[in-house]
Design a protein around this ligand. Structure first.
Ligand code: NAD
Length: 490
């Protein structure tokens, strides 16, 4: 079946084809179509026409919400198949992929509900003859560009609010993991999305993402991915003053005070960083530990990290899968080599696994690195892999300073039994999400996004819908008459 969906038709496109690789063993398990320049033009034109002259922007919000509810039902109907494809494509465990499908379903249901409650507001002007209203209208044609680590989840955070608000969309998933985005578009079609409202183009960032970001008929680009790509998209969008929402990387501190239960810390520190082989924008990569706990914690983390079972994401005994690609594996090997060269101590992992069954895949052992300095590359740059670094502190002020000593500001956590201290540290951290005595949970009703170079937008929550809306002020003078300014000529 063709992989591109343009103007309500599945089509092969003119950009040739590309192989999709299973990171578990580097085998090719699917071939997909690629978009050419004319497909980019056709998809934007279809979305433009569907917005300018089609029914969708004017469809009552309740009906738009009903379509999103139908998609949620279909996601649950096809949950096992979607989860299996996500695991084959990304390498993550099936358990994680199933959780992703449930989370995606919840996102669709959340925006289905919010669509009906989003009413704009009346403003009191103090003049009874004037009705002043702020109404919410869709932005227009939205391009949605997504990364490879949570292909379906990241797309849902964009497509559900964009459609709830009445926009039309052109989706450009990562070339590394395109498959579940195609499956989602099939469900949107089955749920009854009108022609041209949803379009999907597959292909590389350079050949498909970049022309979409520059296109004069596109009103908004919503992007999740790396910092350098986000900067390129912001530059490209500047020419036509498009609205841009970017969700970028993280270098997330996980701060632990010594009054926290030891087993709770060990268990959560491992989960925070090694889920999905560390390829999580909000991964707790920088563990920042109070002196008294430091040595015992490093020893126990190393012991437990060495026992993490790597394997095929489809096997139920697997605790962590491979990295997504050979390029990502090479990047992680380079980070560990640079940490060693700069004098850090690798206390667990630091190499590829030895099991013959894992030799063909893009596997790397969960790695714990101690004795780090703040100027090391492994501390400063986003690693996006199974690397946990451990720093130490003596005072609350020092913990906060370390937590904020990064160009990123996506997420962080503080662990302590002292509620006052927990609140002080949470407020002082310059990160978009802060967990207290937890790490990782998010939910559709609460905003997600970055401070500093982690981004400029917010996804989820009411603000995640507002990203896809224009807020228009309508001033209605019900008793018009002369203004009386220029009366000289009367
Ligand atoms: P990436 O920036 O390489 O690619 C992301 C997407 O952008 C892909 O679809 C790619 O094809 C496209 N792209 C590449 N060049 C482009 C260009 N010039 N113009 C337009 N589009 C272009 O990122 P990735 O490697 O796929 O994903 C990993 C990154 O995503 C990490 O930095 C991670 O932190 C970030 N991320 C952030 C969040 C968040 O919520 N803030 C969530 C997930 C991932």
């Amino acid at each position: 079946m063709p992989s591109l969906f343009i103007d309500g038709q599945w089509t092969s496109g003119s950009g040739g084809s590309a192989e999709v690789v299973n990171p578990f063993d580097a085998s090719v398990f699917e071939t997909v179509d690629q978009a050419g320049p004319d497909d980019v033009e056709r998809a934007v034109a279809a979305a433009r026409a569907a917005f300018d002259t089609g029914p969708w922007p004017g469809t009552p919000v309740g009906e738009r919400g009903a379509l999103l509810h139908r998609v949620a039902d279909l996601l649950q109907r096809d949950k096992e198949e979607i989860a299996r494809v996500e695991t084959l494509d990304t390498g993550k465990t099936l358990v994680e992929s199933r959780i992703d499908v449930d989370d995606v379903t919840a996102v669709f249901r959340y925006y289905a509900g919010l669509a009906g409650k989003d009413t704009g507001r009346l403003v009191d002007t103090g003049n009874p003859a004037v009705v002043s209203r702020v109404v919410h209208e869709p932005v227009g044609v939205c391009v949605l560009i997504t990364p490879w680590n949570y292909p379906l989840l990241q797309l849902s955070w964009k497509v559900a609010p964009a459609l709830a608000a009445g926009n039309t969309v052109v989706i450009k998933p990562s070339e590394v993991t395109p498959l579940t985005s195609v499956l989602l578009v099939r469900l949107l079609e089955e749920a009854g999305a009108p022609r041209g409202v949803v379009n999907i183009l597959l292909g590389e960032g350079r050949t498909v993402g970049a022309p979409l970001s520059e296109h004069p008929d596109v009103d908004m680009v919503s992007f999740t991915g790396g910092l350098a790509t986000g900067q390129a998209i912001m530059r490209a969008a500047a020419t036509t003053v498009k609205r841009v929402a970017v969700e970028l990387g993280g270098k997330n501190p996980n701060i632990v005070f010594a009054d926290t239960d030891f087993e709770t810390v060990v268990d959560n520190a491992l989960t925070a960083v090694f889920l999905h082989a560390g390829q999580v924008c909000s991964a707790g990569t920088r563990l920042i530990v109070e002196d008294a706990l430091h040595d015992d914690l490093v020893a126990e983390l190393a012991r437990r990290a060495d026992r993490i079972r790597l394997g095929n994401g489809l096997d139920k005994d697997t605790e962590s899968g491979p990295l997504v690609s050979a390029a990502q594996l090479a990047k992680i090997e380079d980070f560990v080599a640079s940490a060693r060269a700069e004098g850090a101590r690798v206390v667990a992992g630091g190499h590829r696994p030895e099991e013959p069954g894992l030799r063909n895949g893009f596997f790397y052992r969960p790695t714990v690195i101690a004795d780090v300095r703040r100027d090391m590359r492994v501390i400063r740059e986003e690693t996006f892999g199974p690397i946990l670094t451990v720093e130490r502190f003596t005072s609350e002020e020092e913990a906060i300073a370390l937590g904020n000593d990064t160009e990123y500001g996506l997420s962080g956590a503080v662990w302590t039994g002292d509620a006052g201290r927990a609140e002080r540290v949470a407020r002082a951290l310059r990160h978009g999400t802060v967990w207290i005595n937890d790490f990782g949970p998010y939910f559709p009703g609460a905003e997600w996004g970055g401070f500093k170079r982690s981004g400029n937008g917010r996804e989820l929550g009411p603000t995640g819908l507002a990203e896809y809306q224009e807020h228009k002020h309508i001033w209605h003078n019900t008793q018009p008459g002369p203004a009386g300014w220029f009366t000289g000529g009367v």
